[in-house]
Write a protein that binds this ligand. Structure first.
Ligand SMILES: *[C@@H]1O[C@H](CO)[C@@H](O)[C@H](O)[C@H]1NC(C)=O
Ligand SMILES: *[C@@H]1O[C@H](CO)[C@@H](O)[C@H](O)[C@H]1NC(C)=O
Length: 699
């Protein structure tokens, strides 16, 4: 019995062992899988697999961002844990020796509603290597980033789901899903000259409708692609190209970015702006919110003179239009860079300005950072080395711009050069009572390749920041100036102008791009948007910026309507080249604007505290509303005034989407309950549909 028992016991323990050993190995295998592989880097909420996929998950385990780190290595080589780097609960690091590494750090800055991770990609090989991560844009809508000539809002739409297409108003032909940006240096440029998608204003901030935010560090030599060839990806790369990004210490590139996740687009927008962007340090001149700027540019192009300017002013007054200031554009000088009036065209500028002042116009002058080689300023600046030089030589680095094939460029990194330039502007103020300036250009792409500046720049984008700061210093009290560049310059209390609009309806810089552009600037921290001229720039030749092609009457009227509630109004092509009806319509919309000017000014003043845009997307008040997320032909002034202009040629009706709330129809009267889509809402040529939240029935 006993023996048998023993045998039985042995048998059963053996049997147990038969199960136990494989179970145990299986358990150990899965534990190892869970702990180490194939997820070779694992932090709470983010995983990097051995084939270098990066996966971000929320607290419910749902993936909100996934991508691929590109180590550019032979497939059989696995990344290792970094030496001399501790991997712990909050930090993980993998590397491919002598090639590159990825380090992810949990951000513990302590906001309970938002979780963030800092990703650091570091080259270990050589100065001109590239480090790159690509993420799927997924099924979210994306916003922010950059001003583009063919702006869209969202910057990229999620592809419509199979059941039921997203309702988009006014669209007949299928719309592209978003702006496509091929891999290249993420720096600003002039579309006309540089043929780049990236225009004047950009920040390294992207946010999505699912509450994801990506912010790339200012110091990283960022190359970026966005939905390039419709690949559905955003790729972030770090590379020193020796031109836009130059490694002054000869070190390999470091790319650093932060990924954050909040509940929705509004929450992530607020969080990212609050954490990474500056707020304006004040407002521009309040008069510029109240009354239009009148520019000579589209109306006269370069054919200006004293008589023409006075005639322009007189006609504005004869037609009893209000004016904040009159802007004398290109070309009032003999040589570009010589900041004094051409005596042949302007025999008595002092008297002219005095007379304009008497008629109630402040006067501003167009200026730019280019110095013509035939200018006296160039000789002076060359002598003092106030211009951007060619690297490793004693010669100026020359630059092509829209007026000249070869000019020198002011070295804005040199404080003495900035003072010298400012002194010339001050002279104009002192001599003629010029009030302020329109600062043109300043984009990174104008900085010549292989340049040398007084102070090293981290990137050519820095040129834009310094140019905007110079612009601020030229008029630090009245703030009547405008710039058209923006890069890390949100704190300046000045207007930022959209890139030149074309006198067309289309996506190539036409009317349809105005709302998307204004919204984009707002989301990346620039509330004081100066939309370009009513009706566009009337370019007959876009490359030479030659004028003469006036906008069609209908386009001019629709443009005016759309612009009614934007932060500022700028005229150049004048209403009286059309007919009395256009003059009357113009007067009507300026009167409507005047009724809301107090509200616009209050919003401008609020933005100093909040950083909030003045003009807001519909999702600002309805962040989870699918329709509000894709609306690009409506905007909000503040939280409670919804504007739905017509942006389609020939249209006398449009669909209008109203998010949740009670809306007073200001055009037709009556109260409408949202959310609702008003199909085929009639809007005659001289009409603008707008709605105001009904405060009484809301409270
Ligand atoms: C001034 O400019 C106007 C408009 O371009 C032109 O018609 C006129 O001939 C010019 N006058 C002089 C004196 O140059
Ligand atoms: C200078 O121009 C401003 C308008 O910007 C005006 O208010 C002021 O009176 C002018 N000064 C003189 C001395 O004319």
């Amino acid at each position: 019995m006993e023996t048998r028992d023993t045998i039985t016991i042995q048998k059963s323990s053996l049997a147990r062992l038969v199960y136990f050993v494989p179970l145990c190995s299986l358990f150990m295998y899965f534990s190892k899988q869970m702990l180490f592989g194939p997820n070779v880097l694992w932090l709470q909420g983010v995983t990097v697999t051995e084939d270098l996929q990066i996966i971000f998950k929320d607290s419910n385990g749902k993936v909100y961002l996934a991508g691929q780190s590109d180590f550019n290595k032979p497939d059989d080589r696995l990344p290792e844990y970094c030496r001399h780097q501790q991997n712990n609960d909050n930090m993980g690091c993998l590397q491919d020796n002598h090639n590159q590494r990825i380090k992810i750090i949990t951000d513990t800055s302590g906001n309970k509603r938002v979780s963030c991770y800092k990703v650091q990609r570091e080259g270990l090989k050589c100065v001109n290597q590239m480090v790159k991560d690509c993420y799927n844009l997924g099924d979210s809508h994306w916003y922010g980033g950059f001003e583009a000539f063919n702006q869209m809002w969202p910057l990229k739409k999620a592809m419509p789901s199979k059941e039921g297409t997203l309702l988009t108003a006014q669209k007949e032909e299928p719309e592209p899903e978003g702006v496509e940006l091929a891999m290249g240096p993420y720096v600003s440029g002039d579309f006309g000259i540089h043929k780049v998608v990236l225009a004047n204003v950009l920040e390294r901030l992207f946010i999505s409708s699912s509450g994801v935010g990506i912010m790339v560090s200012k110091d990283s030599p960022l190359y970026l692609s966005f939905n390039a060839h419709k690949d559905g990806k955003i790729c972030l790369a770090g590379m020193y190209d020796g031109s836009h990004y130059f490694s002054h210490l000869g070190k390999p590139p470091v790319l650093e970015y932060t990924v954050c996740k909040a509940n929705n687009v509004k929450e992530i927008s607020d969080y990212m702006r609050g954490r990474f962007l500056n707020k304006p340090g004040g407002t521009p001149s309040l008069e510029l919110f109240h009354h239009p700027i009148w520019s000579t540019w589209a109306q006269y192009n370069r054919k200006i003179n004293q008589t023409a300017v006075m005639d322009f002013a007189d006609k504005i007054r004869q037609h009893k239009f209000p004016a904040a200031q009159l802007e004398i554009d290109d070309r009032w000088t003999v040589n570009y860079g010589d900041l004094d009036f051409d005596e042949a065209k302007f025999p008595d500028p002092k008297q002219m300005v005095a007379s304009l002042n008497k008629k109630g116009f402040a006067v501003s002058l167009w200026t730019h950072p280019f110095l013509s080689l035939s200018s006296a300023s160039f000789k002076e600046a060359m002598h003092h080395k106030y211009i951007v030089m060619a690297r490793g030589s004693d010669t100026p680095a020359l630059v092509r711009w829209w007026n000249e094939d070869m000019s020198a460029l002011l070295d804005v990194t040199n404080p003495a050069a900035v003072l010298w330039y400012l002194q010339k502007l001050t002279n104009l103020k002192d001599l003629y009572n010029i009030s302020s300036f329109k600062f043109d250009a300043g984009e990174a792409h104008f900085v010549p390749h292989a340049h040398h500046t007084f102070e090293d720049m981290v990137s050519s984008n820095e040129y834009a920041t310094l140019w905007a700061e110079l612009a601020y210093s030229a008029d630090p009290t009245s703030h009547r100036q405008e710039v058209r560049v923006g890069w890390d310059a949100q704190k300046l209390p000045i207007f930022v102008r959209l890139f030149d609009r074309m006198s067309s309806w289309d996506r190539q810089g036409g009317l349809v791009t105005v709302i998307p552009s204004v919204l984009t600037l707002g989301i990346i921290g620039y509330p004081f948007v100066l939309p370009d001229m009513i009706g566009g720039n009337a370019y007959a030749d876009m490359i030479a910026f030659e004028g003469g092609a006036y906008p069609r009457r209908e386009l001019y009227i629709r443009w005016l309507e759309l612009n009614t509630f934007l932060p500022a109004v700028q005229f150049s092509v004048v209403p009286w080249i059309y007919d009395d009806e256009v003059i009357a319509i113009t007067r009507n919309y300026l009167q409507i604007r005047e009724q809301y000017a107090k509200k616009i000014v209050e919003l401008a003043e609020d933005s100093v505290m909040s950083g909030f845009p003045i003009v807001r997307p519909l999702w600002w008040i309805a962040p989870n509303d699918q329709q509000a997320l894709v609306s690009e032909d409506e905007y909000l002034l503040g939280d409670d005034l919804l504007v739905a202009p017509v942006v389609v040629e020939g249209a006398r009706k449009r669909d209008i989407y109203l998010p949740a709330g009670s809306w007073n129809d200001k055009l037709r009267g009556g109260l409408v309950q949202g959310p609702t889509l008003l199909k085929d809402y009639p809007v005659a040529l001289e009409e603008l549909a707008f709605f105001e939240q009904d405060k009484v029935s809301d409270s």
